[in-house]
Design a protein around this ligand. Structure first.
Ligand SMILES: [Fe+2]
Length: 185
């Protein structure tokens, strides 16, 4: 991807976050000269804070990709067993299926559209999908899901993902009922 494209996507992300009153730290827009002049900012580098723009190895960022800004993260020497990231998920832009070995992940839809999540029950020990039904917490409300079923998070809704919850997601504008469920594709 050309640097000019990356810069455009980052500018669009800043504007998108600000449209939801989510301003970023001042250094989110630092130039190389700004970084050279900044002192006492080792934590930013040690904890890998800041921008990530990824196409997950694909050649089409708009189809398979994600824009993230990490605000908090842990690292050796920093006692911080949690992280906070703001993400921009574009309409139809897929984050491939994955799960996390140990971390719990709360995904909160702060606005802009629906977040479509395809959820699968996984066994992190063997890195396999089990196909089992499972339960999940959506804003504190337990829902029963079939493995591979879609959960739609509308703005304001959130889900708590555990290591056994493999997930794939994208931005979607499908018309939904308030239950937020759709059948397996
Ligand atoms: Fe994840």
């Amino acid at each position: 991807m050309k640097r000019s494209e990356i810069n455009r996507y980052l500018r669009e992300a800043v504007a998108f976050f600000e449209s939801f009153r989510f301003p970023l730290p001042p250094w989110a827009g630092f130039s190389l000269q700004d970084w050279r002049a900044q002192r006492n900012c080792q934590e930013i580098f040690d904890c890998r804070l800041g921008w990530d723009l990824t196409s997950f190895g694909s050649d089409d960022f708009l189809k398979t990709g994600l824009t993230l800004f990490t605000l908090r993260n842990g690292a050796p020497g920093y006692v911080k067993p949690y992280a906070e990231k703001i993400m921009m998920v574009r309409d139809g832009q897929v984050t491939p299926r994955h799960f996390h070995w140990s971390k719990y992940e709360d995904i909160i839809n702060r606005g802009g559209g629906n977040l479509v999540m395809e959820l699968f029950h996984a066994d992190p020990e063997s890195s396999t999908l089990t196909g089992k039904d499972f339960s999940i917490s959506v804003d504190g409300v337990t829902r029963l899901m079939r493995s591979g079923e879609r959960l739609i998070l509308q703005p304001g809704e959130s889900v708590c993902l555990q290591p056994c919850h493999a997930h794939r997601f994208w931005g979607g504008w499908e018309l939904l009922d308030r239950r937020g469920f759709q059948g397996q594709r």
